[in-house]
Ligand binder design. Structure first.
Ligand code: GAP
Length: 438
């Protein structure tokens, strides 16, 4: 399948089946933000829950935080974002569209929209932060920024969390939340948007221990993606050269995926040194030092950051899961999502709408709902079509109540990938699904 086709197919499938909708579509859409529908919100939540479990619940050295999106404007001066969070912008003097100056087409001298050659203005630096006003007066003293990364909420709370949770360095603070960037050229579906979600963790270490922790976190984060079921041959690290490093980073690696539009970053691991904490000390006038208990040694910790884009990870998961194949002479589309990520874990069908089958299937559906197992009941259409509808959204198992159920109390459980069907007692389906989800 051609790569451009795959993106078109993903956009179309995810819209049709309720994963992702264009924001404000009835007004023509925005192209730079997207809404998650009933299945999308479940998939995204499952990704975030897995991240939170791995980063917070399964460790005793990382605490959670949910800091506000709006912060004191000085935060963004201290962080360097007011001064340095910019992209070079050019305008085509023929069609007046604006572009990032570092796009390959612009560097080659041709306008990607109207095709005019060498018609660009001189680049000027454009700040990517959205601004708004706090309170009823719209003047410069009321200007606040809508956070472009969640990390700063963690830095300003470093001592609050450390003291309240009685953590000792090395330890981390994790947060999942929205971030906003006024990207000059958003695009590639949910890959680059102006509103997105980040899952970030800042790990505070003793200066000198940073390189070792940096390597450990690279390994842990790559393994996490492999454990999600992502094809390992499509994952790689990319080391930032000095021309790519963010203003805060001493050392940075991207985790990249081979998207249909090429190898691109979807998570960054950064050695931010003591840059942010030292700057916040300077700008706030408050000490942000850690005092090591037995030695009374004071230091400003270094920070190793892991920063994952939740929406981009969702695109990785979807692109990686999509496949088209032929089974029993018929074409089918499958989202081969790992069961823990699939929005619906099990679909329940009565083979036909008679002989007590719908009643048994409805009872089973109720039992699954009571057990909080996301399920879907479907009695309409031929059984083959019902299977295909579930394959296409990634449901790992379909349970069918059939003629034999009335005789021996068993149902078939069909596996999405192998297509194998096993018979399971209808009263054991909930336990069977739980066991296979674990
Ligand atoms: N706190 C560090 C930081 O924000 P970043 O490399 O700028 O680092 C981290 O962003 C991750 O956030 C990226 O790897 C990407 O997954 C996601 N991200 C950044 N900009 C994005 C955008 N415009 N749309 C969607 N995701 C974005």
């Amino acid at each position: 399948m051609a790569n451009a086709d795959l993106m078109d197919k993903l956009v179309s499938l995810t819209k049709r089946r309720g994963y992702v909708f264009q924001s404000s579509e009835i007004y023509g859409g925005t192209g730079s933000v997207w809404d998650y529908g009933p299945l999308g919100v479940e998939l995204k939540r499952n990704i975030k829950d897995r991240w939170w479990s791995a980063m917070v619940h399964q460790r005793d050295d990382i605490e959670g935080l949910d800091a506000a999106i709006l912060m004191h404007p000085r935060v963004w001066e201290a962080s360097g974002h007011v001064e340095g969070f910019t992209d070079p912008l050019v305008e085509c003097t023929s069609c007046h569209r604006r572009f990032r100056a570092d796009l390959p087409e612009i560097e080659a001298g041709q306008c990607p929209t109207c095709g005019t050659r060498d018609s660009f203005t001189e680049p000027r630096m454009f700040n990517l932060m959205f601004k708004t006003f706090m309170g009823p007066v719209e003047d410069s003293s009321a200007t606040v920024y809508i956070r472009p990364e969640t990390a700063q909420g963690i830095y300003v709370n470093f001592l609050n969390v450390q003291g309240a949770a009685r953590q000792k360095v090395p330890f981390g603070i994790a947060q999942i939340g929205k971030a906003f960037r006024n990207e000059i050229t958003p695009g590639n579906f949910i890959f680059r948007t102006r509103e997105f979600e980040q899952a970030e963790m800042q790990f505070f270490v003793k200066p000198g221990d940073d390189e070792e922790w940096f390597e450990r976190w690279m390994e842990i984060r790559m393994q996490w993606h492999v454990d999600l079921g992502i094809d390992e041959s499509k994952l790689r690290f990319h080391a930032h050269g000095s021309d790519e490093l963010a203003h805060y980073a001493k050392h940075a690696y991207d985790i990249e995926y081979e998207f249909p539009f090429g190898w691109k970053e979807f998570e960054g691991i950064h050695n931010r040194t003591d840059f942010d904490l030292v700057r916040h000390q300077e700008y706030s006038g408050k000490r942000l030092e850690y005092i090591d208990a037995p030695t009374n040694e004071r230091f400003v910790p270094y920070v190793v950051e892991t920063s994952m884009g939740v929406d981009r990870t969702m695109l990785v998961v979807l692109a990686d899961a999509y496949r088209e194949e032929e089974v029993e002479g018929e074409a089918r589309v499958v989202l081969g999502l790992s069961p823990s990520l699939a929005p619906i874990k099990v679909a329940v069908f009565p083979l036909v709408k008679k002989d007590g089958m719908p009643e048994t299937a409805e009872r089973l559906s109720a039992a699954l709902r009571a057990a909080s197992i996301p399920s879907f009941y479907d009695q309409s259409g031929a059984i083959g079509r019902r299977y295909r509808r579930q394959d296409e959204i990634g449901t790992p198992w379909c349970v069918t109540v059939d003629g034999q159920t009335g005789e021996d109390g068993t149902v078939t459980v069909r596996d999405r990938d192998s297509l194998e069907q096993v018979r399971v007692g209808v009263d054991h389906v909930v336990a069977w699904i739980r066991e296979h989800l674990a």
